[in-house]
Design a protein around this ligand. Structure first.
Ligand SMILES: [Zn+2]
Length: 144
């Protein structure tokens, strides 16, 4: 049985912290991330959890931190201009290309950046992200 988009998405009001996240620089402006073992994270993209459409790089803002040198944590808020909503993203990316993110129900989802070519992520590789939730917002005031 297939979930409808609204089943998959948890619709909640945007928090002040998420507004702050959106006011940070774009994620793409903070890439690439170089790990100590030579691994390079150079592409990060988000998809809207309602329509599945790609969130444009200019609409995906947030922070990239390395709490320890082998793990990068990306916390971001993206805008879907089709649905006129904000979509939060949270992902951990290890220096072996392993990714962890959460689905709409809060379950951790384990994935890989690139299973064949460990070490360096090719520029064309795209990380498809699942949004943890969907936020209904007054779209205009966030970008205005
Ligand atoms: Zn959308």
């Amino acid at each position: 049985m297939q979930d409808s988009p609204t089943d998959r998405a948890k619709v909640v009001p945007i928090t002040p912290q998420q507004v702050e996240t959106f006011r940070k620089p774009t994620i793409s402006s903070q890439l690439p991330v170089h790990y100590e073992n030579g691994y390079i994270l150079d592409v990060f993209e988000g998809a809207c959890s309602v329509c599945g459409g790609k969130v444009a790089a200019k609409d995906l803002h947030g922070s990239i931190v390395q709490p320890i040198k082998s793990i990068t944590v990306i916390e971001a808020v993206g805008l879907c201009r089709t649905c006129k909503i904000a979509v939060p993203f949270f992902m951990r990316i290890k220096d072996d290309g392993t990714t962890q993110t959460r689905d709409a129900r809060g379950n951790w989802i384990i994935g890989m950046v690139d299973e064949k070519d460990k070490g360096i992520t090719p520029a064309e590789k795209v990380i498809a992200l699942l949004a943890s939730a969907v936020l209904l917002i007054g779209f205009a005031w966030l970008i205005g």
